[in-house]
Write a protein that binds this ligand. Sequence first.
Ligand SMILES: Cc1cc2nc3c(=O)[nH]c(=O)nc-3n(C[C@H](O)[C@H](O)[C@H](O)COP(=O)(O)OP(=O)(O)OC[C@H]3O[C@@H](n4cnc5c(N)ncnc54)[C@H](O)[C@@H]3O)c2cc1C
Length: 521
Amino acid sequence: MPVCAGMTVFPNLFNCVMGREMKQTNYDVVVVGGGNAALCAALSAREQGASVLVLERAPESERGGNSAYTDGKMRFAYNSAEEIIALCADLTPDEIAASDFGIYTEEDFFDDMIRITQHRTDPDLCEILVKNSNAAMHWLKSNGVRFMPNYGRQAYRVDGRFKFWGGAPIVTWGGGPGLMEALYKSAGIKGIDVMYDAWVRDLIHSDSGVSGMVVRINGTTRSIAAGAVVLACGGFEANTEWRSRYLGRGWDLAKVRGTKYNTGDGLAMALRIGAQPFGHWSGCHATGWERYATDFGELAVTPSFQRHSYTFGIMVNANGRRFLDEGADLRSYTYAKYGHIVLEQPGQFAWQIYDSKVRHLLLDEYRTKYVTKVTADTLEELVEKLEDVDKAECLKTIREFNQSVRKEVPFDPNIKDGKCTAGLVMPKSNWAQPIDTPPFEAYAITCGITFTFGGLKVTNEAQVVNTNHEPIPGLFAAGEVVGGIFYFNYPGASGLTSGAVFGRLAGRSAGCFAKNTRVAA
Ligand SMILES: Cc1cc2nc3c(=O)[nH]c(=O)nc-3n(C[C@H](O)[C@H](O)[C@H](O)COP(=O)(O)OP(=O)(O)OC[C@H]3O[C@@H](n4cnc5c(N)ncnc54)[C@H](O)[C@@H]3O)c2cc1C
């Protein structure tokens, strides 16, 4: 992205402050939040020559928001394997030869966004996301982020080759923690100040716009002046009361998959000064999750709570019945809406059932100690072990399922193979195989909420708009704070891309705004 007109890019004017006392109380740009969107905004504002401060509510050991909890999967448009190879510096010739990366064009990305959001995604925001997705990957790389192909999770080895599916073939090195480590390192090198334990409580606002914020740092409340503010402080998924209020009945009972610090503060403080709510405020991303997981994410164990291999088995509820089509689509296009359906089941739980034919396809987290799991050599024994489930009905369900599978269709985990059931009220559309090969395994799950979809209305320059449909001078937003991008569901791996694209845009806009305001003054 270009430097804004009439501006100078300053050399490294400010010494890096990481978590210690600030050296100044007046910055060109202050970024609220410490995740991917925030760091991208900070780096981008710095590119414009702005002095930048990042205020992260979490302590340093828990920095990075939900972004640090991710696998680091990123969806972006690409037209050839060469583009993947260019991003993944460490690929060997053997790995390249054994990989079919396919292509994922801007049209594919658009189609997925429109189909998955049921035609609700805001056309302008969607276009910004899709058309800047590829460039954002290269920009992240230039900021020290490393990428690698997502072998084993987005591609299974079939006949010696990995065929990638689902539009997200690569991940960041070291997953979410690796991504955040790289971005914080880059921020340090580029002279961006970072304060931890910095809980932003309010915006300072007048008729001329936003000029700073009130923040509690290490227990002391103070004001910081800013030429522009970027809100990149997440949604409200960790706020039990807001979940019940906006998402509805039962959502207070969901487990939070990520950070406990995303309590909707940025949304609340923006709404207080007249910002316009936008998007799907009663919608969220939620998945199947270990039934007895901790209430909030914990960086060391959270990846082990994921249960995303349901496409290769079946799920039953307390009544012993299946309640969704486990094979409706590739996992990337269903997992974010299935948590909601699990939450609606009696007791808010379900069991995933697999046999030994697919055991090798289960993701690594199924093999950790953080599972509620039962195993048995017969189906009769297995259902006896399923806590809180109607045993007779469950056995009937499995037997009916086994009889309904179209055995003549070959199984292929890398494509929608059309291996379906016939004659069931609740079909399974792909990857349907009889559960008939012992030992059998079952895993207890509940609903884990990832992030909320409702947010603030922004312009095409990521500037926050008020309820009078006017841009609020000095206020910008990025990441989960922005509304109008995702509705009902979400194409897997779009969240980090959205944070990078809108963070970069918001940072550039905020940097330009602050500088132009300063020049005018
Ligand atoms: C377990 C899990 C796995 C995921 N896997 C993926 C994946 O592989 N790929 C993908 O694309 N997406 C994934 N996601 C979704 C992804 O995490 C989000 O879409 C994305 O990280 C959002 O980035 P963000 O910067 O907007 O928010 P966050 O990364 O959540 O950052 C918000 C920041 O704001 C801070 N904050 C909150 N309130 C305040 C306040 N009042 N003052 C100061 N700071 C505040 C928080 O401490 C935090 O640092 C996953 C999410 C989870 C939970």
